[in-house]
Design a protein around this ligand. Structure first.
Ligand code: C2E
Ligand code: MG
Ligand code: MG
Ligand code: MG
Length: 291
């Protein structure tokens, strides 16, 4: 492309590349201090039981408030943290935050509140991952059965045997394994055969098309049926409309997540004991202390 666009374009293109590489290098350096500087936060998005609408748990989603760039989306910095290796320490921090929060919520609500945490390939293949998860769980006091670790089908481009061994070891601790973004992988069915998993999360791209008359409804129905026959749990991701919700109900999908039920929010304004009906504050709003 650059070659055929003339000399000036090549220069612009080259500058763009250089700029991007510089930004990337800066972000990687900045990430090193992000935890210590308190720039990272965990937000929580509810997962609901579709049979009764009750929130059964939350997914922990990492947020980075960069001191000069402002919020940097996970899609932009997780791959960098993965590349630099910082994800191992950051991931341990997320796990500790999230399990501690779920333990407090469970205690406050008087019922088990589940927590799901995303694990990237580098975290999964870290030598200490099993002992880290064991230690963090012990510190939090949260029963392992309330924890789901989410991995994407992408982990299988790495050493399959090693990944399968680690997932088995994690399951022996009592945590559940979910396949995230299910259906988007190159060969989802063979992943399902090879990965020791307990839950599939149907990717948002399928859910978004529900009810539009295309093939997505049939595909989602098939995934739900497949999960049922393999005795796996199923969560539909990215539910935004009542129509999608209704279709999922007709298909007897057990659980769902999405903006319709709640956006990812900080723990202070989220959670089973947060006051119902009180709107979440807009960014920048200072919460007044209650008398
Ligand atoms: P994911 O695990 O598949 O998380 C779901 C993403 O969809 C989240 O984006 C969430 O905010 C968004 N989402 C939820 N409901 C809806 C909806 O109804 N509509 C739309 N349009 N989007 C919805 P987010 O928070 O930007 O995270 C993106 C990805 O970054 C995550 O995808 C996950 O792969 C990764 N990620 C986030 N936090 C962590 C973390 O702590 N560790 C690791 N390794 N990866 C993380
Ligand atoms: Mg996830
Ligand atoms: Mg997902
Ligand atoms: Mg995703």
């Amino acid at each position: 492309l650059a070659k055929s666009s003339g000399k000036n374009r090549v220069v612009v293109y080259a500058e763009g590349m250089e700029q991007a590489a510089q930004t990337k290098a800066e972000l990687i350096t900045d990430l090193e201090s992000a935890i210590a500087d308190g720039q990272l936060a965990v937000h929580y998005q509810p997962t609901v039981d579709l049979s009764d609408g009750v929130t059964t748990g939350y997914e922990a989603l990492l947020r980075w408030e960069h001191p000069t760039r402002g919020p940097v989306p996970p899609m932009d910095f997780i791959p960098l943290a993965e590349e630099s290796g910082a994800i191992v320490e950051i991931g341990r921090w997320v796990l500790a935050e999230a399990t501690g929060q779920a333990a407090r919520w469970s205690w406050e609500a008087g019922r088990p509140i589940d927590i799901a945490v995303n694990l990237s390939p580098r975290q999964l293949l870290d030598d200490d991952v099993v002992s880290t998860v064991r230690a963090v769980l012990a510190d939090s006091g949260l029963p392992a059965g309330q924890v789901t670790l989410e991995v994407t089908e992408g982990v299988l481009i790495h050493d399959v045997e090693a990944v399968v061994d680690v997932l088995r070891a994690l399951r022996r601790l009592g945590v559940r394994i979910a396949i995230d973004d299910f259906g988007t992988g190159y060969s989802s069915l063979s992943y399902l055969r090879r990965l020791p998993a307990d839950v599939v999360k149907i990717d948002r791209s399928f859910v978004q098309d529900l009810g539009s008359g295309g093939r997505s409804t049939t595909l989602v129905a098939s995934i739900i049926e497949l999960a049922r026959s393999l005795e796996l749990g199923v969560v539909a991701e990215g539910v935004e409309t009542e129509e999608q919700h209704a279709v999922l109900g007709r298909l007897s999908c057990s659980h769902a997540q999405g903006y319709l039920f709640g956006r990812p929010r900080p723990a202070a304004v989220q959670g089973p004991t947060a006051l119902a009906g009180v709107p979440s504050p807009r960014p920048g709003t200072v919460l007044a202390a209650r008398p």
